[in-house]
Design a protein around this ligand. Structure first.
Ligand SMILES: [Zn+2]
Length: 136
């Protein structure tokens, strides 16, 4: 594997399971055991009911593009080879919204476009959730 040069997450103990599951190419999120709402980003307490109980529930990995931007300037030297690249908000079918990249030509992106998660194995420890279009 060539050296990964882009920024990597600084994983806190609370977030560790999310990244451990991602390494296995499973997208799991905290689901409140009191009210069943999903929590994302990772949080010690449910924003809906204040419960601190949760389980790591597998989600479908499917969702739709809410919005996106295309970066044409090089803010991070490690991204230079990918300009122009997109950064998109993905609303998962289960509700949480993730910020990621859609692995598709920038001019093909559309609002509400259905997408599914794929995992980029960045390092031996970190696999990054990204998305690709689902063919209709
Ligand atoms: Zn709750």
């Amino acid at each position: 594997m060539t050296e990964y040069r882009k920024p990597l997450p600084v994983v806190t103990p609370l977030e560790r399971p999310f990244w451990d599951y991602a390494r296995r190419h499973e997208l799991r999120m905290q689901r409140c055991t009191a009210c069943s709402r999903y929590r994302y980003p990772v949080s010690p307490v449910c924003a809906n009911c204040d419960s601190d109980g949760y389980e790591w529930a597998q989600v479908s990995g499917r969702g739709r593009i809410l919005s996106w931007v295309v970066f044409h300037r090089c803010y991070f030297p490690s991204f230079a080879d990918e300009i122009p690249y997109n950064v998109a908000m993905i609303a998962l079918d289960e509700g949480p919204v993730m910020v990621s990249n859609v692995l598709a030509p920038n001019d093909s992106l559309r609002g509400s476009m259905p997408v599914e998660v794929v995992f980029e194995d960045a390092t031996p420890e970190i696999s990054i959730p990204k998305f690709r279009p689902i063919d209709a």
